[in-house]
Design a protein around this ligand. Structure first.
Ligand code: HEC
Ligand code: HEC
Length: 283
């Protein structure tokens, strides 16, 4: 027993050492190519995945008649058409507070309310990644909003600590919320906003596109949701977009990025989903 405890302590120490050895750029690269996946909105899509040579150059995103028509801007380092002139602090304020350097407010569907709780470590890591993305000159149309945007998303975000990874459910909640915004796409829209408060994870948001219309799935442990998946199948669906019956998930489910989620993070995500309140899909 004592030996086992020592072995665990040693493994934990080695792991935290490995974590602290990770540079911000390494962490940022991992996040951007896996769970965070800003490119799922900001990189132009082709039927076979993100357009080559256009990483984060912006694109038309979604038309919700009566609410908004949104374009994801160019967030490459181009100084004229991207964010090459913004300081690190300004980029962080855009991500966590939805505020541009000129004081205007960033509208949906950029998931600012969730990004407010993105940790200092992770948001800085994302900035480190953005700094080395190739500048691309690409003018993207401006979004239009028929709904009023808030004057702000809340008080300035000053410090957000890391969520400890040894609390696997809490860390999974962080990944599915502030980092990966899974719960935003997987909650139904009420008055143009995902109803995370009352209908977390029940799905039902619709996404029209060149693929037709996809509807986000119920990801609670209800029989309408993920109850029938064992962990291995669930992991495979999230990573590859292929269900056990061979059918494939449509966009914008970000399987192109989720293929790269680490085993540790995938286990935390699944542990989090498994303990959600089971709820039926909306009618
Ligand atoms: C679900 C889609 C979505 C995701 C995910 C997303 N964004 Fe956005 N982002 C948008 C949209 C749409 C806008 C523009 C909204 C508007 O016009 O007010 C925007 C605006 C921005 C802006 C302001 C740029 C400008 O020139 O006005 C920045 C910076 C930005 N996003 C960075 C990021 C980063 C970094 C991530 C990942 C951490 C991210 N976004 C994830 C949709 C998204
Ligand atoms: C941009 C929106 C979006 C985001 C972000 C997103 N999903 Fe999805 N997801 C969808 C849509 C849409 C579908 C349904 C696709 C279809 O039916 O073809 C889906 C399907 C799924 C399914 C398949 C269930 C089934 O068998 O039908 C699972 C599981 C899932 N998502 C989990 C996740 C997890 C975990 C995350 C975060 C890592 C996530 N999703 C992030 C939109 C999203």
């Amino acid at each position: 027993m004592k030996k086992l405890v020592i072995a665990f302590a040693l493994a934990a120490a080695m792991q935290s050492q490995a974590m602290s050895a990770e540079t911000p750029l390494e962490r940022g690269t991992y996040l951007m190519k896996s769970i965070v996946a800003c490119g799922n909105c900001h990189t132009p899509q082709t039927p076979t995945g993100p357009a080559a040579g256009m990483e984060l150059a912006g694109q038309f995103l979604v038309d919700e008649p009566g609410f908004f028509k949104a374009f994801a801007p160019n967030i490459t380092q181009d100084k004229e058409t991207g964010i090459g002139n913004w300081t690190d602090e300004q980029i962080i304020a855009a991500i966590r507070e939805g505020k541009r350097p000129d004081g205007t407010i960033i509208g949906p569907p950029m998931p600012i309310e969730l990004y407010r709780n993105m940790s200092d470590t992770d948001v800085k890591a994302i900035v480190a990644y953005l700094r080395q993305v190739k500048p691309i000159k690409n003018v993207v149309e401006k979004s239009t909003y028929e709904i009023p945007l808030p004057p702000s998303y809340g008080p300035p975000v000053t410090q957000v600590p890391d969520v400890p990874r040894d609390d696997i459910v809490a860390y999974g909640a962080y990944l599915a919320g502030p980092a990966g915004h899974c719960i935003e796409c997987h909650s139904p829209l009420v008055n143009g906003k995902p109803d995370i408060e009352h209908q977390l994870g029940v799905g039902g948001m619709s996404f029209p596109g060149p693929w037709g219309v996809s509807i986000s799935a119920n990801i609670t442990p209800h029989e309408d949701g993920i109850a029938h998946y064992n962990d291995a199948d669930l992991e495979k669906v999230i990573r590859t977009g292929v269900r056990p019956d061979g059918s494939r998930l449509l966009p914008p489910m970000g399987v192109y990025y989720y293929a790269n989620i680490s085993d540790e993070d995938m286990a935390a995500l699944i542990a989090y989903l498994r303990q959600l309140e089971p709820k039926p899909s909306p009618e």
